[in-house]
Design a protein around this ligand. Structure first.
Ligand code: C2E
Ligand code: CA
Ligand code: CA
Ligand code: CA
Length: 279
């Protein structure tokens, strides 16, 4: 038994080394990816629940990693956060999204609201405010076409700095939403303290909303509370018509999910908008 125990220990050590090496390789590859500009933005439409029309898009980063194809953020966002590279990539995302909004303004697609995901490190170490203001000015983009999505966790990091920065951006007209609402440390107090326009209801509550009464109650409570605070609601990860019917019945404002469209590369999402596809 002792022998087996020792072998097990050795096995785990080797396993841990494999993980450490893999992590270092990932970080090296990400540094190169930043230098070589291997990131792209895909866009997922958001749809107005009552009219069925596209009312905006969320920009979602992807990594065109040589030899690996298109890599999703689940594989690399945490590493970008841990290494601090997210600050540089985040700056690029702000610039690229604003350039895209401008391109659509000048095309038959027309002006569209675009949201980007923001990491708390962009407030602390980066100059998110400066980046946003410069990108809007450089491209002549009206601030109300840009929306920032922040998670509850990122709102709770470096709070005072973040609040002050968000207030100034909001004064300028930039929109702010809380992402994955309900999954973080949910103190309702910050709903009053933070300058917020919108709550994005996490996919985790939407998945079983039509079969699990607890999830249904939570979604209802969020929608009601948002309405009384004059906040908009967006349901994330809507995949079925039954989920949509529930959202419609209970007055959720917008939906996003595979039922309407996955995140798409620019040419595909443009085609979808030009087609005028509705829900
Ligand atoms: P998120 O901001 O909550 O984004 C929603 C995720 O759900 C996206 O995954 C999207 O593709 C996926 N999704 C949307 N509708 C459906 C659906 O109907 N069914 C299912 N199964 N999934 C759906 P994605 O693109 O893999 O992004 C994952 C996460 O990575 C994002 O979660 C966000 O937290 C982070 N992320 C993505 N892009 C960026 C970025 O540019 N900057 C930062 N800081 N984080 C990002
Ligand atoms: Ca998001
Ligand atoms: Ca989300
Ligand atoms: Ca999420």
């Amino acid at each position: 038994a002792k022998q087996a125990g020792r072998n097990t220990f050795r096995f785990f050590t080797a396993q841990m080394n494999v993980e450490v090496v893999a992590r270092l390789e990932l970080e090296t590859a990400l540094r190169r990816a930043v230098e070589h500009r291997e990131f792209v933005l895909h866009y997922q439409p958001k749809v107005q629940v009552d009219s069925g029309r596209v009312c905006g898009l969320e920009a979602l980063v992807r990594w065109e990693r040589p030899g690996h194809g298109l890599v999703l953020p689940g594989e690399f966002i945490q590493a970008l956060e841990d290494t601090g590279l997210i600050v540089r990539v985040g700056r690029w995302i702000v610039a690229t999204a604003c350039k895209q909004i401008r391109a659509w303004m000048d095309s038959p697609v027309g002006p569209r609201q675009v949201s980007i995901n923001v990491s708390s490190r962009q407030f602390g170490e980066g100059d998110l405010e400066g980046d946003v203001i410069r990108a809007l000015e450089l491209n002549g983009v009206p601030p109300d076409l840009l929306e920032l999505e922040l998670t509850e966790t990122s709102l709770l990091a470096n709070t005072e700095l973040t609040i002050a920065c968000l207030r100034r951006l909001k004064k300028l007209g930039v929109r702010v939403s809380i992402d994955d609402f309900g999954t973080g440390y949910s103190s309702l107090a910050y709903l009053r303290r933070f300058p917020i326009d919108k709550l994005k209801i996490d996919k985790g509550f939407i998945d079983d909303v039509t079969s699990n009464p607890d999830d249904a109650s939570i979604v209802l409570a969020i929608v009601r509370m948002a309405r009384s605070l004059k906040l908009e609601t967006v349901a994330e990860g809507v995949e079925t018509t039954a989920q949509l019917a529930f959202l419609r019945r209970h007055g959720c404002d917008q939906m996003q999910g595979y039922l309407f469209s996955k995140p798409l590369a620019v040419p595909e999402v443009e085609a979808l908008m030009l087609e005028g596809r509705t829900l």
